[in-house]
Design a protein around this ligand. Sequence first.
Ligand SMILES: Cc1cc2nc3c(=O)[nH]c(=O)nc-3n(C[C@H](O)[C@H](O)[C@H](O)COP(=O)(O)OP(=O)(O)OC[C@H]3O[C@@H](n4cnc5c(N)ncnc54)[C@H](O)[C@@H]3O)c2cc1C
Length: 495
Amino acid sequence: MTKKLIIIGAGIAGLSTGCYARMNGYEAVIFELHNKPGGVCTSWHRKEFTFDYCIHNLAGTGNVGVKQVWQDLNALKADEIINHDTFVRVEDSKGNALNIYTDLEKLEKHLKELAPEDSKLIEDYLKAGSSLRGADFFSMNMGGLGDKLKIAPRAYTMIKWGGTTLEEYAGKFQNEFLQKAFPHIQYNINGSDMPMFPHLLFLAGFKAGDLGWPKYGSLEFSKRIEKHFLELGGEIHYRTPVEKIMVEDDRAVGVILADGSMDQADVVISAADGHSTIYEMLEGKYTNKFIDSYYDSYEEEQAFGLQIYLGLDRDLSEESHALVLLLDEPLKLELRERDSLYLELFDSSTGLAPEGKSVIKVVTEGNYGYWKELRSDMEKYSHEKEQIYLKVLEVLDARFPGIKKQVETFDVTTPVTVERFTHNFHGWQPWPAKEGGMKIMFRGFTKTLPGLKNFYMVGQWAGAMIGISNAALTGRNLIKELCKKDGKKFQQNKS
Ligand SMILES: Cc1cc2nc3c(=O)[nH]c(=O)nc-3n(C[C@H](O)[C@H](O)[C@H](O)COP(=O)(O)OP(=O)(O)OC[C@H]3O[C@@H](n4cnc5c(N)ncnc54)[C@H](O)[C@@H]3O)c2cc1C
């Protein structure tokens, strides 16, 4: 008899789980609270523009292990992958600029021209990045022992560079501009929090021709996977939030939907937010101290939490696609001052803007409590969003003179926006565990819950690990595991 799987959530993890389930002969039904697929991997339209919330860089666009997953899910078109020449350009107002080119030879030449006095440190940095190329870290969770073993020879690099932050490394440079600019190169995430190692993985990815960007952006990418799921015979119900997971004798047996109706299944899989799965859908009955302490250890502020979008009647195709502006005067947004702004620029070749026009997305940290309180008064909340936009516009006007008159539309997203559309805890992505990080890295976090049978979690909360390819892999790996339990040969790439 065909087993029925209920999957909660149509983010990348839920869709991937559904596709692999169908490829392997399981009945797959997805319930999604929103009216579209993708979860946080999303975009939306304003006038003629598309505002893209998610993808900066996607693992698996190049010839690396995880590419297989996107092939299985029919998620990418080879001729629609954009590989940027520059990962990011960091500028100050005096005309100094640091370009992190994706061609590492070009990057070395540029860095040495910029700071010949720091040649040795530059070489060490680039050598470390290049040395990680063959390890293919983003494919580490493909599942095979071989993939994990490829990492072993890089353990020394991992330990050495994992213990140094971007800010600490920058502090070793003699060149003053490099000292100032270098901590901002990884999406402008606070350089004192950002270890060098993940950044080096990006260099390794670029060296392997990976980490590109799918034309038309995040929602179109998600929709391609949704289409594949439906073609494989999957069933998906939008605007259908799951309220409770039904449990009998400590076995998950189905779900109760928001309208009170029930649906039964042989296996229930949550690809939804971890906190609401554990503490609301399952009422906190299947947890332990380790899980509780993780969810108690969140911080109020998170990178990418506040985003400001502008649709512009201006061609920005001559600009770098990602820019960090180092500010002369601190800019106060929400509760605190910022010394820089991170921008992504999308011209018409990205498919997000019409010919001759562009989108700018400004990404900075957001504070959940600040916005949550404001949202109890919608007028105040909307007013504050507009004030933030105006302050940012003022900064942009200094860099792009005349921009004020070219804005055709704008939008601002806060952590509360994300909470509302995805039910993700505080609108957040998983944060690094304060304790037990290694255990989580090797075994995952809540792939199952203590004492509960016939229930699994996939996606970012199952492994307390972010990344689109990781989310997809958790779904693939679970179906592989279920196949093994059911004595079936795991099938992939079956359309
Ligand atoms: C701003 C931002 C930028 C990012 N950039 C990148 C990047 O450049 N590259 C990269 O690899 N990764 C990036 N990530 C990370 C990556 O997008 C995520 O890790 C990944 O998409 C998570 O997918 P998921 O399916 O696990 O979760 P989600 O996308 O959160 O999906 C969960 C789904 O469950 C649904 N749901 C929740 N509760 C219920 C319920 N009760 N009933 C029914 N449905 C429910 C939600 O609506 C949602 O659709 C970024 C993330 C963010 C936030």
